[in-house]
Design a protein. Structure first.
Length: 248
């Protein structure tokens, strides 16, 4: 099944406890620190548009790109005069315009599981970044993944209409720097009592800073800063999510 295919129908419910407002404020702070004059922003892998719309509210002109039509439909259902959403694959999309800031959040770069995929995604960043612009992304951090390997996790959520149980069963491939996260999502509709089961595998790549520097250099980009996502602390063995600021 395509990644985020049927899964996308329940995406906002599964991540409704995610602090999108806090994350948008954190990203805004990074932008103001590293490029205070920034006005335009490209969000690669925007999903349902939660980050993009919040950043638009903060005064940026935002374009979002995602390859899931279902997620884009959710993003477009919340119209904003400062945000537009485009269908495309971040490895190949070309919007024909430049941006002050390119974002790729919620581990989108870790979904680029091969060197070719990662190189193509970074080429897209380079193609859309104006001179002097910055690229901000987060990813799975290799030292932490290997020191604290992923384990089976169960998540239960519900709203007025739906109950969802998601079981995540990871399989580590240490020689490839990959983790296959096998999702089983059990959905029950309240009232009618109908239910369905969905299965998807999300292949995630964990990355190391020296490795990232090589890939970024090949794309004409330079790693400027790396820190723990949302804290700004130096990354360490317990830092599963690292945030990178890159200069064009």
């Amino acid at each position: 099944m395509t990644v985020f295919g049927a899964y996308s129908r329940y995406y906002n419910l599964l991540y409704r406890d995610k602090d999108y407002s806090g994350e948008a404020a954190y990203v805004d702070g990074l932008i103001r620190t590293h490029l205070s004059s920034a006005e335009s922003l490209l969000d690669l892998g925007c999903g349902t548009g939660r980050h993009a719309l919040l950043l638009a509210e903060r005064g940026y002109r935002v374009a979002g790109v995602d390859r899931s039509e279902e997620m884009l439909a959710a993003a477009r259902s919340q119209p904003s005069p400062s945000a537009t959403f485009h269908h495309g694959d971040i490895r190949t999309v070309r919007l024909g315009t430049g941006f002050d800031v390119v974002l790729s959040l919620f581990h989108v770069m870790s979904y680029q599981s091969s060197n070719e995929d990662l190189g193509a995604a970074l080429a897209t960043v380079r193609a859309h970044l104006r001179p002097g612009g910055i690229f901000i992304f987060d990813c799975w951090y290799g030292p932490a993944v290997l020191s604290d390997p992923p384990v089976v996790r169960v998540k239960r959520l519900e709203d007025e209409e739906t109950e969802v149980v998601r079981i995540a069963e990871p399989v580590l491939h240490p020689n490839e720097n990959l983790v296959d996260v096998n999702y089983q999502v059990i959905v029950r509709q309240k009232g009618g009592g109908t239910s369905e089961q969905l299965r998807e595998t999300h292949r995630m790549r964990y990355l190391f800073l020296p490795e990232l520097e090589i890939h970024l250099k090949q794309a004409g980009l330079q790693l400027f800063a790396a820190s723990e996502w949302m804290t700004g602390n130096p990354p360490g063995l317990d830092t599963w999510g690292v945030c990178c600021v890159v200069q064009g």
